[in-house]
Design a protein around this ligand. Structure first.
Ligand SMILES: [Zn+2]
Length: 271
């Protein structure tokens, strides 16, 4: 697999540990380098850059909650019905981040590796287990840091033998029940005190794809409640990252481009 990179890259330039100053555009590939800094891990040559804004937060753990299809436009639409996300946005940081792909699998691989799709080459779930590219979860595991993932069964199985805690949820469940199980399994994983957890909620995206569209809002309220429960269970030194993977790419709210929500919040920033 050929290892590409952004056009702006200087050949041979080592970007490990560099930070993105406030004001620069934020990209979803910045998530993994930011988490790597929190965990004290060296990423070899990420396409993204750690966000400087969280440098003094003093966190040593990270939880990444990926909310499928949570574009910024959709978030603005849903926000009046939400409780936890708007509150946490006020306490932490919120960005409109550029997504790495319009498709779920490569987009999530970019969030977890800090690499653009042309660099990680993961376009289908089956690519993930074959890929020699390591996500920040696997990097953490290799350094002896307990690392956990909670996602749809097949995606979770790609991490088999590569991280410490794997909780797969059957994709055959209905959208709302699936997200409930993602929340429950995330809470179970957090009880094992991982240094890094990544979980993936999909109900909003599934209602965007298959309808009924009037379920998108209830699905968002449910995810908001799940996130509130997970935030409540975090240790105080945890950085919580909530992000979309791509804007809605199906249904009446479809947009093919545009930023996705990226929120960073730490437990002890709450009053
Ligand atoms: Zn998606």
């Amino acid at each position: 697999m050929e290892r590409g990179g952004p056009e702006t890259r200087v050949p041979g330039e080592k970007r490990t540990g560099k930070m993105k100053p406030p004001g620069d555009g934020v990209h979803l590939v910045d998530v993994a380098p930011t988490v790597a800094r929190v965990l004290g891990l060296e990423m070899e040559d990420p396409d993204g850059t750690a966000l400087e804004q969280v440098e003094d937060w003093g966190c040593s753990r990270a939880v990444i909650l990926i909310v499928d299809a949570l574009g910024c436009g959709l978030y603005r639409l849903l926000r009046p019905g939400l409780c936890n996300l708007p509150r946490m946005a006020g306490q932490g940081l919120m960005f409109g981040a550029a997504p790495a792909s319009g498709h779920t699998t490569p987009a999530i691989a970019s969030i977890l590796t800090g690499l653009l799709p042309r660099s990680h080459g993961v376009y289908r779930t089956s690519d993930a287990s074959r890929s020699g590219i390591k996500s920040v979860l696997e990097m953490a595991h290799e350094k002896g840091l307990r690392s956990a993932v909670v996602m749809e069964q097949q995606g979770a199985e790609a991490f088999q033998g590569r991280i410490d805690i794997i909780r797969g949820v059957p994709g055959s469940l209905g959208p709302l029940e699936f997200d409930r199980r993602i929340c429950r399994s995330s809470l179970e994983a957090l009880a094992l005190e991982p240094r890094i957890l990544a979980s993936h909620f999909t109900a909003i995206d599934r209602f965007c794809h298959s309808g009924p569209a009037n379920m998108i809002s209830p699905a968002a309220r449910a995810v908001d409640a799940h996130i509130g429960r997970i935030a409540g269970a975090l240790r105080a030194d945890t950085m919580l990252i909530i992000c979309g993977d791509h804007p809605p790419h199906a249904g009446p709210l479809r947009v093919d481009e545009g930023p996705v929500l990226l929120m960073l919040w730490r437990k002890d920033s709450s009053p």
